[in-house]
Design a protein around this ligand. Structure first.
Ligand SMILES: C[S@@+](CC[C@H](N)C(=O)[O-])C[C@H]1O[C@@H](n2cnc3c(N)ncnc32)[C@H](O)[C@@H]1O
Length: 253
């Protein structure tokens, strides 16, 4: 990432995860097991977790019995994954240049990262490494903003974020080109428990905040602190952040 990243640049935002990987691993949500099972149907298989980050989705795939190879361009994120999941093969790479042979995996999953990819190039690369009949699964963890404090938290952390619409756009049907069948979709509602005092850290792991100038980031984090001390639903030591895991899966022809 450049020394002065641009918060409105897709490439700078995608590269921002080189910072704060340790905090990311501790406060960002994982994925419910029902979603993991839906994304990669049994039997167990060799799965590529693409943009694996610190391994929050990788862990679920391993627990479901799959053999996983994890790929990400951010060395700091992969270092967290390797510390947490030493038996998983972790490779440096990107969705546009996947360091695996043709037809070498049964499934590819992408957790909360598809929006950073060059979609036509990534789709072609994923189709190359997937065996015919294999599945591509995409998922995102969206905050359930029907809850007042969650909506306010979202308003704060995206103040001035002109890429917010791109990052949160969930197409009715992702365009995966001709190599894949029509995608199916599903949603899974669940709660992520974390200490209320860590809502500030959670906010700080967003790519938007990672790329802001220090004073601008501190201003937004100060507003998160204010929310925590003033909102009646945040008076307890622990908070349950409601998430909707939005998932898509498609079969490679
Ligand atoms: C929000 S994190 C998601 C990480 C993990 N999948 C999870 O669910 O916690 C986005 C990840 O996408 C990675 N990333 C960004 N651009 C990428 C690209 N072109 N190809 C592969 N990974 C990319 C980042 O390094 C980062 O680890």
């Amino acid at each position: 990432m450049p020394t002065t990243p641009d918060p409105q640049s897709v490439s700078d935002r995608a590269a921002a995860f080189t910072h704060g990987a340790d905090v990311y691993a501790r406060v960002r949500p994982s994925y419910p097991s029902e979603a993991v099972e839906w994304l990669v149907p049994a039997p167990s298989s060799r799965v590529l977790d693409l943009a694996a980050g610190t391994g929050l989705l990788t862990r679920g795939l391993v627990d479901a019995g799959h053999e996983v190879v994890a790929i990400d361009p951010a060395a700091a994120m992969l270092a967290e994954l390797e510390a947490e999941l030493p038996d998983v093969q972790a490779l440096h790479g990107s969705a546009e240049d996947i360091p695996l042979p043709d037809a070498s995996v049964d499934a590819v999953v992408v957790g909360h990262a598809w929006h950073w990819f060059d979609e036509p190039r990534a789709t072609a690369e994923i189709a190359r490494v997937l065996r015919p009949g294999g599945t591509l699964g995409l998922c995102w963890n969206d905050r359930d903003e029907r809850i007042d404090w969650v909506r306010r938290f979202g308003q704060i952390v995206h103040t001035g974020d002109r890429l917010h619409a791109r990052v949160t756009a969930r197409p009715a049907t992702p365009d995966l080109g001709t190599a894949f069948g029509r995608p199916e979709s599903a949603e899974f509602r669940w709660l992520h428990h974390l200490p209320t005092s860590r809502l500030r850290d959670l906010a700080g792991t967003r790519s938007f905040l990672l790329t802001l100038a220090d004073d601008e980031r501190e201003a937004l984090l100060g507003r998160v602190d204010d929310l925590v001390v003033t909102h009646p639903d945040l008076a307890g030591a622990e908070v349950a952040m409601p998430y909707v895991t939005v998932a898509y899966r498609a079969r490679r022809h």
